[in-house]
Design a protein around this ligand. Structure first.
Ligand code: M6R
Length: 626
């Protein structure tokens, strides 16, 4: 959603704030704005559209202000116009506020303020905040911190805010309620941001604010308070990131860089999750070391997975693995549906929230709801067992659930998830094998065979990247004008068909549908003609012949057939018009390889169409609103 950044210290704030916004632009790019305190006034500049427009407006300005806040917006309330861009100010322009989230009771507050003569300049929910703070300051001889504290207690919803005032030129107040904000600590200078990439160029000493906390930042230090006014003692921790991780490192786009990082991510997951030496002769010890306690996983009768978007697709791969390998019945739910229509409560149930950002509002709400509805039960078998799979263990998800599988993908900047998806799938391999071992659902020899296959994946992924990227780039030329695509897969590769279609939709704006290959004849086949390419994932295994037959059905309707299939498979070569070969691999492990050509295809089609691959229209990297 939106990105917020703040600075107070010894240097000119505006350069630092703009640099921070650059790192947060993946969160939203409908408009951007900056406010600093300079010579007793607030200096505020805003621009519609991407950050570049704001930078152009600021070009040539030499603003020495040492305190400021800045914002990049993903529009929720009010169109993406300059008058709705943050920061927002009170009537006298003495207070400036930026916000990420939604103030749910803004209508009531707006009416209340209007009834007292307040005039609004925007359609946003945020504008009530500076007006309310101004009223508090006018009503009583109170501090800026206290005025903000009184106001945040009146706000309903999920929000993170940063506030400056022309009358308090040495104070930056930051608050958090259900939307992320991290503080950064330098030498006599302090920062806040929605996400750590904005901080790492300056400091690695960070402190995520928790829900219901306020920070008062001055050039002398940072004080933390609860929303009820109590001072809290907190210690920053050190991030093990470096600034290079948030640069493109020679790639044209973050997405392409992140696709290429995938073999390394799989290696990191193998190291983190599995015993590297394990063999069937070691059957007295587990092949995995996820560090999950026995009480979370013993006697499981049901696993329910909640997630959104690409994470939901990873959940579908997880369901396949957990059911087919470990034998535990598993359901996968859209978090946005589950939170309002949960499945009936079942005994001995593990609920897994999958979210790369750890901040997706729907996923957090679904998990919270599950926790709450089970808290009334005294029977141990009905109590909640919660697990998170995330790339950001320090996120809100980390606070909400007691156990986490960290996906070790490193920061992902491209809005389209790539390496984090592969890492989530790796987490599911580990969880499925952990459960398989605990339940002796497979023999040690069968487990060893899967492990041997997993260990070969990084090198096989490198083969796909090295041998296919140029070819897929050329192939993409054929589809620059295509309007519809169909992706087909079956079994464990059905979620990969969904993921291929989502990637293409997100970044190329081409309509695409992912479908289970066997279902096509029940409707979508009516869409097919020579103008609709069909990409089918056909990997030898339980459904190989079936997928090839389904592909033939498409061919009979003149569709151009593209097959993601192993090298040197004659039958596939005879079926498809175009082949994207991947190494021979066990069907069970194939999603890690088959997803790569689909990511590359989406990337190159979008790049060919001249689109903004890393920041596609209307999207945001982490969706912190409902
Ligand atoms: O951070 P999360 O994994 O919870 O995000 C969920 C979705 O918003 C996300 O996967 C979205 O679909 C991506 N843009 C996919 O590329």
């Amino acid at each position: 959603m939106c990105g917020i950044v703040g600075y107070i210290g010894t240097q000119a704030a505006s350069g630092i704030l703009l640099e921070g916004l650059r790192k947060l632009e993946y969160r939203g790019y409908d408009s951007a704005g900056i406010a600093t305190v300079l010579e007793g006034e607030i200096h505020c500049v805003r621009a519609k559209g991407k950050l570049i427009n704001l930078e152009e407006k600021l070009a040539g300005e030499d603003n020495p202000a040492r305190i400021g806040i800045a914002h990049t917006r993903w529009a929720t309330h009010g169109k993406p116009e300059e008058y709705n861009a943050h920061p927002h100010m009170d009537t006298a322009k003495r207070i400036a506020v930026i916000q990420n989230g939604i103030i749910e009771n803004y209508r009531d507050l707006r009416e209340e303020l209007k009834s007292r003569g307040c005039e609004f300049r925007s359609d946003t929910d945020t504008e009530v905040i500076p007006h309310l703070i101004a009223e508090q300051l006018a009503e009583s001889d109170t501090s800026l911190l206290e005025a903000v504290r009184l106001v945040v207690n009146r706000l309903k919803g999920a929000f993170a805010i940063a506030v400056i005032s022309a009358d308090y030129p040495d104070e930056l107040i930051v608050g958090r309620q259900q939307a992320p904000v991290v503080l950064g600590f330098g030498q006599g200078e302090f920062y806040c941001a929605s996400d750590t990439p904005a901080l790492v160029p300056y400091t690695r000493a960070v402190l995520p604010l928790e829900n219901g906390e306020l920070a008062r930042m001055t050039p002398l230090g940072v004080e933390i308070y609860s929303f009820d006014g109590h001072r809290l003692k907190k210690t920053p921790r050190t991030l093990n990131w470096n600034p290079v991780m948030v640069e493109k490192q020679g790639f044209k786009h973050f997405m392409l860089k992140e696709i290429y990082e995938q073999p390394g991510v799989v290696r990191a997951c193998l190291e983190a999750y599995f015993d590297g030496e394990w063999a069937a002769t070691d059957a007295d010890k587990s092949p995995t070391h996820l560090g999950l306690p026995p009480e979370l996983l013993t006697d499981l009768q049901h696993i329910q997975i909640v997630a959104c978007g690409t994470s939901w697709h990873a959940g579908l791969v997880g369901k396949y693995l957990i059911e087919q390998v470990a034998g535990v019945p598993t359901t996968v739910h859209y978090a946005s549906e589950f939170r309002y229509a949960p499945a009936p409560i079942t005994s001995n149930t593990l609920t897994i929230g999958v979210t790369q950002s750890g901040e997706t509002a729907d996923t957090l709400a679904a998990l919270e709801m599950e926790k709450k509805r089970r808290s009334g039960f005294t029977q141990p078998e009905l109590q909640s067992r919660l697990l998170g799979i995330t790339n950001r263990p320090e996120s809100s998800l980390g606070d909400l659930v007691p156990h986490i599988i960290d996906t070790h993908a490193g920061i992902e900047i491209g809005v389209a998830a790539t390496k984090t998806f592969v890492a989530q799938v790796m987490a599911f391999y580990a969880l499925a094998l952990d459960l398989t071992y605990r339940r002796t659902a497979k023999s040690p020899e069968q487990l060893e065979e899967i492990l041997i296959g997993l260990r070969q994946l990084p090198a096989q992924m490198e083969v796909v990247l090295e041998s296919q990227e140029r070819y897929i780039e050329e192939l993409a030329h054929d589809f620059a004008e295509t309007q519809d695509f169909i992706f087909l897969g079956r079994g464990i590769n059905f979620p990969i068909a969904l993921e291929g279609a989502l990637k293409l939709k997100e970044i190329s704006y081409i309509h695409a549908e992912g479908y289970p290959a066997g279902e096509m004849k029940h409707g979508p086949i009516a869409l097919l003609d020579a103008k609709v390419p069909v990409v089918a994932i056909a990997m030898p295994g339980a459904v190989y012949e079936k997928v090839l037959s389904n592909a033939q059905e498409a061919r009979a309707r003149d569709a151009r057939l593209i097959g993601v299939t192993p090298m040197d498979e004659q039958e596939a070569a005879d079926t498809f018009d175009t082949l994207i070969p991947v190494p021979h691999v066990d069907e069970l492990l194939s999603p890690i390889l088959t997803v790569i050509p689909l990511q590359l295809l989406a990337y190159h089609i979008a790049a060919r169409r001249g689109l903004d691959v890393d920041q596609p229209r209307n999207l945001a990297k982490s969706v912190t609103v409902e």
